[in-house]
Design a protein around this ligand. Structure first.
Ligand SMILES: [Ca+2]
Ligand SMILES: [Ca+2]
Ligand SMILES: [Ca+2]
Ligand SMILES: [Ca+2]
Length: 695
């Protein structure tokens, strides 16, 4: 018996007949209460959503060590209401004893599609939730520390008080998460900005923190006197929202914010100097990561004395690693000589510190220098320059862009040496700040052609007998201009894929067309999307696509947040049962037009407008378009709006007179149904191949 069948069997008791469903939106998760779960425990949490989670049958959680299951709801379907609007659902999370603490993404699979992402904090210490009225010091909730306190700033002017006992000499850290837990919440719009205050029994402020990790507070405090102490939590603007959940981890264990060096080689022991709170003196440990640890970010709990620290950000690097020398390296003359390629571990250890490294280059040599710091919890906002041997500036970068997001780290890409000679790469903090937490890895390498891939969404819902389109966009680097073949792995049962390509040269987008068979079972799985290419010399390149969770921002703008999971789901049949084309292939002469008849099959009673398109758009922006260069949709000649119960449309494509030749480029026709002002459900046709012959 397949996994999907098992899941179905497990929840048939409360699933109505699938044919009873009509199209509604996939659920958008708004909050989970409590927002933290403890390692080694199973606990029940209430998930809130917009749009119904009715029929929820599976919970997907990122990373390892955490699983979730849907608790069958008490709400029952009736003949009058066969699919109740279920916007509150209990989920049971089980966390393995060795699960890494930190934040996990999760989503709920329903017959209406998979939900947007929610986030759950995995914490070490017991979870305590706010209770009753805790709006004043006299009404404070009593907490025994260490503990993970969970609550919500649920209404305007809400202030939450917690009281705890500390011994004389006790050192506690208070690590709050709230704003960071809202980055990926699709429909939250207004986010909280928490502030945390620690007071003594007399109400005197001992410490306060507003923004430590982005907008979230952190306090480390050593208590001189035994006694009762008070914590006060609120939004810094006194705003509130029923979905503003927070967790506050109160711990008596070492709390590490940064390690130096930031980058380590897998399989070899590395001595790390630690920055943080409640650390031994000297704050130094040795770490050896398993030899098979893949290159990239790696969060590690470190053995500090008898304790294991909170997870600490490290980078596993496969470049030859060197460290900033102990010598002064603040000027062009004092620059530390390096060989390229190298990963340079450094630190802007004091205010005003500037680090210079020198390298030799021949005229025309191309180099790339990338700083990894703020992306890995360093306090550094890097500022990176290339100077000649006289100290004249040749290149500068402050913040870099990855995909469609900016980061405070710096990146000088594909810089060309203008002449033979000695050059300097200089790094400092933008505002000349510095200190132990200002660690960085500077990757210095000769530029190589390669590409990155981005997928505009993190979920692709299908229904039996219909298709879905996944658009993949490339960012070409260092002169790479080749063709990229797309691939997808990990599809759910009953789903097949036809993978298109991104054309060489100016090609930016390609599409993968998914098709669910008419008898595909309800099911869900996470997929990985890759691209492969061959360089002129025969070298193979491959890249895995990053996925974005879309978020709606105040005013209706569309934001994006990079996430791990891309989930493909097969839901219940919905409004459109099929999208059929009159042909699977078109040959367009330069300067000519061709047409495709499109037939949609509507579900019984479904008479809403359907819009046809060959590109993926949101308002006036195009997020995916795999048409070959010079080929466009002739909107005037096409019939793309199918009103009332109509089922016949027409797509007319035209090729410009100078359209370059192309063989069988894959596109797809999408039938869109509006769900509300900004969202739509999309049903895709079979692939359509476009050929433009030589003139
Ligand atoms: Ca509250
Ligand atoms: Ca804040
Ligand atoms: Ca330094
Ligand atoms: Ca910067």
């Amino acid at each position: 018996m397949s996994r999907n069948t098992l899941i179905l069997a497990g929840c048939l008791a409360w699933l109505p007949a699938a044919s009873a469903w009509a199209q509604t939106s996939y659920p958008m998760l708004m909050s989970v209460k409590p927002v933290a779960a403890q390692v080694g425990q199973t606990s029940e949490h209430t998930v809130s959503s917009r749009a119904s989670m009715w029929g929820a049958y599976q919970v997907l959680v990122s990373g390892t060590g955490v699983t979730g299951e849907v608790v069958p709801p008490e709400t029952k379907a009736t003949e009058k209401d066969p699919r109740p609007n279920l916007q509150s659902l209990k989920v049971r999370f089980t966390v393995a004893p060795d699960a890494l603490p930190g934040v996990r993404d999760f989503r709920i699979a329903t017959p209406q599609g998979v939900s947007t992402l929610g986030q759950l904090v995995i914490a070490r210490d017991p979870v305590v939730s706010e209770s009753g009225k805790n709006d004043s010091p006299a009404e404070a909730n009593q907490v025994t520390v260490p503990a993970t306190v969970c609550g919500a700033i649920e209404k305007a002017e809400d202030v939450d008080y917690f009281q705890f006992q500390a011994e004389a000499g006790a050192a506690l850290s208070f690590h709050m998460r709230a704003m960071r837990l809202q980055d990926r919440i699709h429909d939250l719009q207004q986010h909280c900005d928490p502030i945390l205050t620690l007071r003594n029994a007399a109400g005197v402020t001992l410490a306060a923190s507003d923004n430590y990790f982005f907008g979230d507070p952190f306090i480390g405090y050593r208590f001189e006197h035994a006694g009762e102490y008070l914590l006060e939590i609120r939004d810094v603007r006194y705003q509130g929202n029923q979905y503003w959940e927070y967790s506050l981890e109160i711990s008596d264990q070492p709390f590490v914010t940064n390690a130096y060096p930031l980058a380590v080689a897998a399989g070899a022991p590395t001595d790390l100097q630690l920055a943080g709170f409640q650390l031994p003196d000297p704050a130094q440990v040795s770490v050896t990561l398993a030899a098979e640890t893949p290159p990239g970010p790696s969060w590690q709990g470190l053995a500090v004395g008898d304790a294991i620290s909170n997870p600490v950000p490290l980078i596993v690097s496969d470049l030859p690693l060197i460290s900033e020398s102990e010598m002064d390296n603040g000027t062009v003359e004092q620059a530390q000589a390096i060989a390229v390629p190298a990963g340079i571990n450094g630190r802007i250890e004091t205010e005003g510190d500037i680090d210079c490294y020198s390298f030799e280059a021949a005229k025309g040599d191309k180099f790339s220098f990338e700083v990894l710091a703020r992306r890995h919890q360093s306090e550094l906002d890097s500022h990176l320059r290339i100077l000649d041997s006289q100290g004249r500036q040749l290149a500068l970068n402050d913040d870099l862009r990855l995909g469609i997001r900016n980061y405070a780290d710096s990146w000088i890409e594909d810089w060309t040496a203008p002449a033979d000679g000695r050059y300097i790469v200089e790094i400092r903090d933008l505002h000349l700040r510095g200190g132990q937490p200002f660690v960085y890895l500077l990757r210095a390498a000769r530029s190589q052609p390669y590409f990155e891939l981005y997928v505009d969404t993190d979920k692709t819902p299908l229904t039996p007998g219909t298709g879905g389109a996944i658009y993949v966009r490339t960012v070409r680097k260092n002169g790479f201009d080749g063709e990229i073949q797309l691939h997808i792995d990990g599809l759910p049962e009953g789903v097949t894929a036809t993978c298109g390509r991104i054309l060489a040269g100016k090609g930016k987008d390609g599409c993968i067309v998914l098709q669910a068979s008419g008898d595909a079972p309800l099911g869900v799985s996470n997929v990985t999307i890759r691209g492969t290419a061959t360089l002129p010399g025969g070298e193979q390149l491959t890249a895995q696509a990053s996925n974005y969770q879309e978020t709606y921002q105040p005013g209706g703008g569309r934001g994006h947040w990079p996430v791990e999971m891309h989930t493909v789901s097969v839901g219940a049949p919905s409004d459109i049962l099929s999208v059929t084309l009159s042909t699977a292939e078109l040959v367009l002469q330069p300067g000519g037009t061709q047409q495709v008849e499109v037939t949609i099959e509507r579900a019984e009673g479904f008479d809403k407008n359907v819009t046809l398109d060959v590109a993926y758009r949101h308002l006036n922006s195009v997020y995916g378009d795999s048409l070959p260069e010079g080929v466009t949709l002739d909107t005037g000649a096409s019939k793309t709006l199918l009103t009332g119960g109509t089922t016949q449309g027409l797509i007319v494509l035209k090729a410009a007179a100078d359209a370059p030749p192309v063989q069988q480029q894959q596109i797809v026709v999408m039938a869109n149904v509006s769900l509300n002002f900004v969202m739509k459900a999309t049903y895709a046709s079979q692939p359509l191949l476009i050929t433009v012959p030589e003139k």
